[in-house]
Design a protein around this ligand. Structure first.
Ligand SMILES: [Zn+2]
Length: 140
């Protein structure tokens, strides 16, 4: 089983947002900045007013590595771990796995789109835990 994130009051919506297939990123209601990872206070203007905002789910690979060691039983190597820049704001970065192509095909500048993976055996208040993953090669 995949290790799951700790659901905090200000981030639970992020991990359950994919139930309808939409990626949502926290957006400040006062300065419009996208904030990720979710936080109770906007790092740009210190506002405490924000809302989960649907985004396109499209991003560009900004950096990556290919892991070849089996650290966990549920993670069969090799697999890629990438930092992707959000289409709406390239300063917003998400760390994710790139799936849908060989790990050695991942490259900086590759366009990816979000794909959600549901962990069936974990149930949490408000919805199932979902881990955002990028679907590589989807737009090629
Ligand atoms: Zn702000």
């Amino acid at each position: 089983m995949r290790p799951l994130p700790e659901l905090l009051p200000w981030s639970e919506w992020f991990w359950t947002s994919g139930a309808d297939g939409r990626l949502r990123i926290q957006r400040c209601n006062d300065c419009d900045a996208y904030v990720h990872p979710p936080a109770p206070i906007c790092p740009k203007c210190h506002s405490t007013s924000s809302a989960p905002t649907p985004v396109s789910g499209r991003a560009t690979v900004a950096g990556f590595t290919v892991n070849s060691h089996q650290w966990l039983p549920s993670f069969e190597p090799p697999y890629s771990i990438a930092v992707v820049a959000l289409e709406e704001d390239p300063h917003v970065r998400l760390t994710t796995n790139i799936v849908g192509c060989e790990p050695t095909d991942v490259h900086v500048g590759m366009e990816v789109a979000v794909r959600f993976e549901q962990q069936d055996d974990v149930w949490l208040p408000g919805g199932r835990t979902l881990a955002p993953r990028a679907e590589a090669c989807a737009d090629r």
